[in-house]
Design a protein around this ligand. Structure first.
Ligand SMILES: [Zn+2]
Ligand SMILES: [Zn+2]
Length: 344
């Protein structure tokens, strides 16, 4: 049983072997964060199947990451390395640990300033607003990043690793650190790290960054090291208070392609759906898939959206003044009632 795995492992190059180790660690981290989100939630009642989970998981995490990896490494970094590669080999003899530490700190310093710039520039805000669009922030919410944001940041992140002659295994190790830390700061976990929050960033400060409160529109820009926010005067960490509103203060499209189109030209996604049956049908696909999986749909309030297919929409009660908006309607089918009950 173990022999084929061992042979396969031996046949890989150093980067492949490192990836064989980093991948299970990543999956383990996902498991740990999911358990902690259930055990000690920052916001109670946040469902696993929250609004936008499909978009974040399928489009941003799987499809976009796959294609952008090819674009960034194959079409940007590889030509750069071919052109400049031999001139900058100054890190060849550094230990791998030192190389990883160097790139983690320097890139995090860069990302603090670029992130701060994105919040200040009307043009670059268009490449970042998608990241702030989710109203239910959890372990996967950080994956929602505009194509241009990823191309800029990951080129600046990974090109120096190759061009400065670092060990190629630094790439998967750094990618693992990025992924785990990124999931951690967005996770719906009630972390109280005390004085450590002055140095290590976590959900305490980054969940505030995703809040729709004016006092944090220009605060908490740090990703890995909170020390940048404290050093440069942008830290916001009130005691015994949590955000009341999340996401953007204006309507933002729910679909992956609409979100990118919206960064170029402003439009009303709902009006577009009302005009186009094809767009409406496309929008309803994820709800139908969830329906096929046994109606394991998110909270009832999430279902009160125009993108919900008619048959599901009919089973969700509309909020009434003085009424109970989450009560199951008399016409609900058995499966939809269980969805409503489970979500309430
Ligand atoms: Zn931001
Ligand atoms: Zn974030």
């Amino acid at each position: 049983m173990l022999e084929p795995i061992s042979k396969f492992y031996q046949s890989l190059d150093a980067v492949g072997r490192t990836t064989m180790i980093t991948t299970p660690i990543l999956l383990l981290a996902v498991g740990v964060l999911l358990v902690l989100e259930r055990k000690i939630p920052y916001r109670k009642g946040l469902p696993f199947f929250r609004e936008g989970l499909f978009v974040d998981l399928f489009w941003y995490t799987l499809v976009q990451s796959y294609f952008l990896q090819i674009v960034i490494f194959g079409f940007i970094i590889a030509p750069l390395a071919k052109h400049f590669g031999a001139q900058f080999h100054i890190m060849d003899h550094w230990p791998v640990v030192a190389q990883v530490a160097f790139f983690v700190v320097t890139h995090d310093f860069y990302i603090y300033w670029f992130h701060r710039f994105q919040h200040s520039s009307a043009f670059f805000w268009r490449t970042h607003e998608a990241h702030h669009s989710g109203k239910q922030v959890d372990w996967l919410a950080g994956s929602r990043s505009h194509v241009m944001e990823i191309i800029i940041n990951q080129t600046i992140e990974f090109a120096p690793i190759i061009l400065l002659g670092a060990n190629p295994v630094v790439v998967p190790i750094k990618a693992l650190i990025d992924a785990v830390w990124g999931m951690y700061i967005h996770a719906n976990i009630d972390v109280k790290s005390g004085k450590l929050q002055y140095f290590i960033n976590g959900p305490e400060m980054h969940l505030w960054h995703h809040a729709d409160h004016e006092e944090v529109y220009y605060a908490n820009f740090s990703t890995k090291f909170a020390v940048w926010d404290w050093l440069f005067g942008t830290a916001f960490l009130p005691q015994n208070r949590k955000p009341e509103r999340w996401g953007l203060p204006y309507a933002f499209p729910k679909d992956y392609f609409s979100q990118h189109a919206f960064s170029v030209v402003r439009f009303d996604e709902k009006a577009l759906a009302e005009r186009s049956a094809a767009f409406r049908a496309y929008h309803g696909v994820r709800w139908r898939v969830l329906g096929w999986l046994g109606q394991r749909v998110p909270a009832a309030r999430v279902l009160q959206g125009w993108e919900v297919p008619e048959e599901v929409h009919q089973t969700v009660p509309a909020p009434r003044p003085g009424g109970n908006p989450t009560a199951a309607p008399a016409v609900a089918t058995e499966s939809s009632r269980s969805a409503v009950t489970a979500a309430s």
